[in-house]
Design a protein around this ligand. Structure first.
Ligand SMILES: Cc1cc2nc3c(=O)[nH]c(=O)nc-3n(C[C@H](O)[C@H](O)[C@H](O)COP(=O)(O)O)c2cc1C
Length: 171
């Protein structure tokens, strides 16, 4: 039988880790958000990437207010989203690292619009930031997709329960 013992939110200290764990139960892909700034690549990874609208083509990400890189990307106003592939666990860790050269050993390329993409990703989206909606300790950011490409030859990386995973096809 299923055990269902919900706990009300409200106790902030307790909630933080409980909610983090709960949100982590939801499996996601992993996206790299990168652009060229003064000729150098800057970027972060985000599991909050979500497709939103077909017409117009919109996607969203949720960015924590503590991010020091987001203000740089936001100022550029234009960025590349790479849907990371199953062999990109290193890339994901690297692009989220503190006090490190995030692009060390990461193979990337830039578009004419200075969007930066990760080589070998499962999909690439060239995006312009449309609007940011404050939502608690994050901003929900909507981005308009200007162009995109799919790489059918690789499977996407999956993030679940704070772990990187790969897809397996069910029978
Ligand atoms: C697997 C993974 C998923 C992440 N998802 C998000 C996210 O959805 N939104 C976000 O703001 N930061 C996310 N981060 C954190 C950022 O990638 C980055 O580490 C953080 O913004 C701190 O770096 P910064 O101060 O340079 O911005 C994630 C990190 C990892 C490792």
């Amino acid at each position: 039988m299923t055990t269902f013992t919900p706990v009300k939110t409200g106790n902030t200290e307790h909630d933080t880790s409980r909610l983090r764990r709960l949100y982590g139960r939801y499996p996601t892909g992993v996206a790299a958000l990168c652009a060229l700034r003064a000729g150098k690549p800057v970027g972060i990874v985000a599991t909050s990437f979500t497709p939103v609208s077909i017409e117009p083509p919109l996607v969203s990400i949720c960015v924590q207010h503590t991010s020091s890189t987001w203000p740089l990307l936001s100022e550029i106003g234009h960025l590349g989203i790479s849907v990371l592939a199953e062999d990109h666990e290193y890339v994901s860790r690297q692009l989220a690292a503190k006090n490190a050269d995030r692009f060390a050993e990461v193979s990337w390329f830039a578009s004419d619009s200075d969007a930066v993409f990760v080589d070998g990703a499962a999909a690439w989206l060239d995006c312009a930031i449309s609007q940011a909606i404050p939502a608690g300790d994050h901003d929900v950011v909507l981005l308009e997709v200007g162009s995109a490409a799919v790489n059918e030859s690789v499977s996407p990386l999956v993030f679940h329960n704070s772990m990187f995973r790969t897809l397996s096809i069910g029978v």
